[in-house]
Design a protein around this ligand. Structure first.
Ligand SMILES: [Zn+2]
Length: 219
């Protein structure tokens, strides 16, 4: 290769991230600057742990304590619609007689998200033991025959959460692995129903990984 063809390519290379990294490595940090950088990085990481979730534990009678993903691999996210208000859903999950709970509940009005069961535990949400063991269940406040509950805020927060879960366990972000309750074999449930906008939701899930994401208090 001619030298004058080679050098522009090399210049282009060095104007990118590599050049910035090289410059940063040449600048020694004082202990104070290093500490300040560490704090800034921690803050940024916390901000990236979007969406925030709030711990509202379900009764331990509504799930099976486990040690996932060691005990059972997690390869599925199950999308539900509550057929209850957000507050009533949390109350039901706290009722030991309810015999069901999901890991997360997302509120319609603003996407506020409660975590009710740790991801390592098997929540009883799919009505199918095998699917319970391998999945994370996310409830969405609303009624399947009334699309006004399916707000953009709820879709957005839920999609960020699903993306974070997929990243955490290496779950492909596709409709084989992110399914509706209706798609669980043997179920008689029809949620999330015909008004759930899967195309929109999956676009958000796929885009969300660009933001980074944690989104769990208690795995
Ligand atoms: Zn359901």
């Amino acid at each position: 290769m001619e030298p004058d063809q080679h050098s522009p390519a090399r210049r282009r290379l060095l104007t990118g991230a590599a050049a910035l990294a090289a410059a940063a490595a040449l600048t020694p940090l004082t202990p104070a600057a290093a500490s300040s950088r560490r704090k800034r990085t921690a803050r940024a990481r916390r901000a990236a742990s979007y969406p925030p979730v709030h711990w509202d534990p379900a009764s331990s009678a509504n799930y099976t304590a486990a040690n996932r993903p060691t005990q059972y691999a997690i390869d599925t996210v199950v999308i539900h619609v509550t057929q209850e208000t957000f507050a009533d859903t949390l109350r039901l999950f706290q009722d030991p007689a309810h015999k069901a709970a999901a890991h997360y509940v997302v509120r319609s009005s603003d996407g506020y998200t409660s975590q009710c069961v740790r991801e390592r535990d098997v929540a009883w949400h799919a009505g199918n033991w095998s699917y319970n063991t391998r999945s994370i269940g996310i409830e969405h406040e609303g009624w399947i025959d009334d699309p006004k509950w399916f707000t953009e805020a709820m879709y957005t927060r839920s999609a960020l959460l699903t993306a974070a879960i997929c990243d955490r366990y290496g779950i492909p972000k596709d409709r084989r692995h992110i399914i509706g309750h209706v798609e669980v074999p043997g179920t008689d449930h029809t949620d999330p129903g015909q008004y759930w906008d899967w195309a929109f939701y999956m676009d958000l899930v796929k885009g969300a990984s660009l933001w980074g994401g944690g989104g769990s208090l208690n795995w």
